[in-house]
Ligand binder design. Structure first.
Ligand SMILES: Cc1cc2nc3c(=O)[nH]c(=O)nc-3n(C[C@H](O)[C@H](O)[C@H](O)COP(=O)(O)O)c2cc1C
Ligand code: SF4
Length: 678
């Protein structure tokens, strides 16, 4: 038996967890009408297959109908949930993992204008900035009803054969009674700590009466809100002590911080560029103070830190949650001695940002996660070996080469520059986004293992491709910055010029972001950090709408710290030179006659990229499919590439930004879904 601390079994009550690695609660991609149907089940099964000991299903399965879903949460209040959850539990158990579920009443952390349009409630009527609902104060009859709802939900989870449940108690209803930031009550549910805990005891007592003493029940709780007006460390640890001593709970899943705003949420779930494992020591202190099983997750993305957390006795179970979105087979790779093959979580937090934008939790660079029904995490070899040329070693091209290599094809990559990475190199020039290079480095290591040849400094022309006599040609040449429609474009520079250092920010810099994602924001941030005066202008209703709330936080922090001026709802129409200055003419989509002029020394524009598609069009006429992809087949079954040219010598397709400017996930998904089909 291995002596790796991470691989040691852990006994929780009657349950033996086969190792120390878990994934904590998250809303996976994605529940269907509040039920965990096939997609949901396959996602959890994949983690079980990958060797994880415990998967906590559901981000915040809701116990009451008056707690409408904030992001596709499961409906634990419906009896129909039992059958699909049972199927999920059976699948996970079959692969030797345990499965639990997080239950909650979201309290004020949701909106009222959905589902049954019932009022949102909380301990006191204090608004949560992130979801913006004004809650009503929970009345006695609300409390009675919700306590009973917890018990009913717990019973359903037990009936579904789950190994246990945990209550969510940070930023939701349960802890709204605990925290001075959210409870101003002076009745028997507020004031003294005894009163503030009354709701928690009412819930656990009702749940225990429903499920008995043997069912595993834990609590995911903030033991320190790290907030001047919130729950202090002293009181939080005291609550943890009481919970541990009560004999009613089986584990604490520890949180430090509060989540009422996006900025606060990044303290609990840090994104790339923020500290790793910031609360691990505190979790260890709570474990020591309570002598109780403590689980914890907060940016422990790598096996070395996870191993340290267990070896140093800070945790009983270590959560590697986003790490498992990026690679659900972490433990299997550790066991196989292939730690270096784990696809790294680069902390991009595309996954979490998407759910708050109403999308599924997808990984920026693992397009199979959440699509397990059709996209494999382990790629099978093809029946016939083909000669493949991939042009462009950005994320899409590298993924295409990786997939082709895994299929057993003979692959040659041609890359115009002297290094791989494409636009990832641009994004990663922002020091706090450096981890993005993990997307490239992991693929380069995989390609080396697969024997894929990469020829650098080859600006591929059609003849270079023809000379390799390929069966398949994949054009992943990406794009180059394009300017928005305007007068005086020649007087501007691109966001990439600033980010890559081709142009140094100087004097007063006006950044016009008509891209809506990272590049414009990064240019503004990097310029502002050099000490120049930055004026950020966007035609959007709020800046960078394609980015998401968690990623917004460090940009906004930088803009506040540097005094960057932000103007929304405003379009740049022209730039002209007057003496040593540039005059920027601004207009409005809303009031066509409105115009304003501002002066700057430098104007930076961001408007996405123009596809670099010359090679694709040069080769198109001699391809068998004339470049065509059958989208119906791509979504379903059948041959992807129609035979449109009997004289064609190869199949040709393009992926990523070489088709149209999108994002890293889109390029990687293109590469995977097309690459596994031939
Ligand atoms: C897409 C997504 C959804 C999440 N939803 C929940 C949730 O509903 N409840 C919860 O307690 N934590 C939720 N989390 C937080 C995770 O459980 C975990 O605490 C967080 O991702 C930090 O751990 P990590 O750094 O290992 O990813 C979510 C995380 C992600 C990425
Ligand atoms: S999107 Fe980013 S943070 Fe989320 S799992 Fe993937 S790599 Fe990790």
């Amino acid at each position: 038996m291995s002596n790796d601390p991470l691989l040691q079994p852990y006994r929780l009550k009657h349950l033996t967890l086969k190792n120390r690695v878990m994934s904590t609660a998250l809303e996976p991609p994605d529940s269907e009408e509040g039920l965990p149907l096939e997609r949901y089940r396959l996602y959890h099964r994949e983690k079980a297959r990958g060797g994880i000991a415990l998967t906590m299903t559901a981000g915040s399965a809701i116990v009451s109908a008056d707690s409408p879903p904030a992001f596709g949460n499961l409906h634990a209040y419906r009896d129909e949930i039992v059958a699909p959850l049972k199927a999920l539990a059976d699948d996970v158990h079959e692969h030797g993992a345990a499965v639990m579920i997080q239950l909650t009443h979201l309290g004020r952390r949701t909106g009222w204008n959905k589902a049954d349009w019932l009022p949102v409630l909380s301990a006191s009527p204090i608004r949560e900035p992130a979801h913006r609902a004004f809650p009503k104060e929970a009345e006695d009859w609300d409390i009675e009803r919700i306590v009973a709802d917890y018990a009913g939900a717990a019973q359903r989870m037990q009936a579904a054969g789950l190994d246990g449940i945990e209550f969510e108690s940070y930023g939701h209803l349960m802890d709204s009674f605990w925290s001075p930031a959210t409870s101003r009550r002076q009745d028997e549910w507020g004031g003294s700590l005894d009163n503030r805990l009354r709701f928690t005891w009412a819930v656990i007592d009702a749940v225990r009466a429903a499920v008995g003493p043997d069912f595993i029940v834990g609590i995911r709780m903030a033991a320190d809100e790290d907030w001047d007006k919130g729950l202090s460390r002293e009181e939080g640890v005291e609550i943890a002590r009481r919970i541990a001593a009560s004999g009613k709970f089986d584990f604490i899943n520890l949180i430090r911080g509060h989540i009422d705003s996006d900025a606060a949420l990044t303290g609990v779930i840090p994104i790339q560029g923020m500290r790793s494992a910031p609360h691990l020591d505190f979790a260890g202190e709570v474990r020591a103070a309570t002598k109780f099983p403590v689980f914890h997750a907060a940016r422990i993305p790598d096996v070395a830190t996870a191993r340290h957390a267990i070896a140093a006795g800070k945790l009983d179970m270590v959560g590697m949650t986003r790490a498992h979105i990026a690679d659900p087979h972490i433990v299997a790779k550790v066991i196989a001695g292939q730690e270096d093959r784990i696809r790294p979580c680069v902390g991009a937090t595309y996954c979490l940002d998407r759910i708050y934008e109403g999308g599924e939790a997808l990984c920026i660079h693992n397009a199979a996660t959440g699509r397990e029904a059709r996209m494999p995490h382990v790629i099978a070899r093809a029946d016939t070996v083909r000669r493949v040329v991939v042009v462009g070693a950005g994320p899409a091209g590298l993924e295409a080469a990786r997939v082709a290599g895994e299929r057993g094809h003979s692959v040659t990559m041609l890359e115009a520059s002297d290094r791989a990475g494409g636009q990832v190199n641009v994004l990663a020039a922002n020091p706090r986004r450096r981890e993005m290079v993990g997307i490239i480095d992991w693929r380069l290591a995989e390609l080396e293992r697969l024997g894929v040849e990469i020829r650098y400094n080859v600006y591929a022309e059609a003849d270079d491709v023809r000379a390799l006599d390929p069966d398949y040609v994949i054009v992943a040449t990406g794009g180059l910055p394009q300017a928005p429609e305007m007068v005086g474009e020649a007087l501007t520079v691109s966001s990439w010029d600033i980010i890559t250092g081709t142009t140094r920010p100087a004097g007063r810099v006006l950044v016009y972001d008509d891209g809506g994602a990272h590049a414009g924001m990064t240019a503004a941030e990097m310029a502002a950090r050099t000490g120049t005066e930055v004026d950020l202008v966007t035609p959007e209703r709020f800046f960078a709408p394609d980015m998401g709330g968690m990623n917004h936080v460090p940009y906004m922090r930088a803009f506040h710290e540097t005094g960057t001026r932000i103007t929304i709802n405003t379009r740049l129409t022209a730039v002209r030179r007057e003496g040593n200055e540039l005059v920027v003419v601004l207009g409005s989509d809303y009031a066509p006659g409105w115009s304003e002029e501002r002066r700057a020394d430098q104007v930076v524009v961001e408007h996405g990229v123009r596809p670099l598609d010359e090679l694709y069009f040069a080769l198109k006429a001699e391809s068998r499919n004339l470049g065509a992809v059958d989208y119906a087949a791509l979504r379903g079954e059948g041959p992807l590439f129609p035979d449109r040219n009997a004289d064609g010598r190869f199949v040709l397709y393009r992926i990523g930004d070489a088709v149209a400017p999108r994002n890293i996930h889109a390029g990687i998904y293109d590469a995977l879904r097309m690459g596994i089909r031939w």
